[in-house]
Design a protein around this ligand. Structure first.
Ligand code: NDP
Length: 245
């Protein structure tokens, strides 16, 4: 896909991987809808994009809320007239053992990591189907391929993302000419790790010994999938820090 003049929606664009991919896309001439809840952070990201000559709009969106997602997609369509790329990236991770019973954290992970992929997909897919082209990238995780103690619910949500993503690819790629990619990163240096409240796992993460990936590394891998020739669907990218087992 030649990215120039394409229109993208990036969820979770206020920090980390989403911010990096939004900037990378804008650098390729894509007009980007920057979606997240923290509007002030999105304003900062958009200002940086515009300072480099890029274009985009801010979309205050809660991916768990279907109305909020529909409104955001409508705003993008009113502004640019179409949508070509959906980066389903918003997500949260809270580590804890299952018997700690942190039910509020479980619920947030299920709502944001699973419904937060389904809602934007449901809102965007009809437009991609109508134009018979497009690309959806879903951010799963190494936790969508492997199991880790302390990540019971997070692993469950990311396995769900990986399963949904590949079945979507099977169903819609041949029928509607829409490509689907699942990105499965190992540890990336972002705000994600800061949300964990469990002291044992906070300490374990603080004592990690290897250099993590940077958000820009994930953005590059997404560009690789997006810029592949039309007959190529990069269905999965498993990308790890070199020293992560
Ligand atoms: P960050 O915490 O930096 O980014 C998470 C993003 O999700 C933020 O922009 C946040 O924005 C957004 N978000 C959270 N809840 C909602 C919501 N309800 N509605 C809309 N946006 C929301 O972490 P990362 O960049 O690391 O995370 C991005 C994705 O990458 C996640 O899906 C994560 O699971 C995945 N991942 C991360 C890895 C890592 O090691 N960092 C490894 C593997 C996968 P706001 O709070 O403003 O709404």
């Amino acid at each position: 896909m030649n990215l120039k003049e394409k229109i993208a929606l990036v969820t979770g664009a206020s920090s980390g991987i989403g911010e990096a991919v939004a900037k990378a896309l804008a650098g390729k001439g894509v007009k980007v809808g920057l979606a997240a809840r923290r509007t002030d952070k999105l304003e900062g990201v958009l200002a940086e994009i515009q300072a480099e000559g890029g274009e985009g709009i801010i979309i205050t969106m809660d991916v768990t809320d279907r109305n909020s997602v529909t409104k955001g997609v409508d705003l993008l369509l009113e502004t640019y007239g179409k949508i070509d790329i959906l980066i389903n990236n918003a997500g949260v991770m809270y580590l804890s053992d299952i018997d700690a019973l942190k039910l509020d954290e479980w619920e947030k992970m299920v709502d944001i990591n699973i419904k937060g992929i389904l809602n934007p997909t449901g809102a965007v897919l009809p437009h991609l189907i109508a134009q018979k082209s497009g690309h959806i990238i879903n951010t799963s995780s190494i936790a969508g391929r492997k199991l880790f103690q302390g990540l019971g619910v997070y692993c469950a949500t990311k396995h769900a993302v990986a399963a949904f993503s590949d079945i979507m690819r099977m169903e819609i790629a041949p029928k509607h000419h829409i490509r689907v990619t699942s990105i499965q990163p190992g540890a990336v240096a972002t705000e994600l790790q800061q949300h964990t409240t469990d002291p044992k796992y906070k300490e374990a993460m603080a004592n990690s010994t290897y250099p993590p990936l940077l958000p820009e590394d994930i953005a590059s891998s997404m560009l690789y999938a997006l810029e592949a020739p039309d007959h190529v669907d990069v269905s999965e990218i498993f990308i790890l820090p070199s020293e992560q087992a």
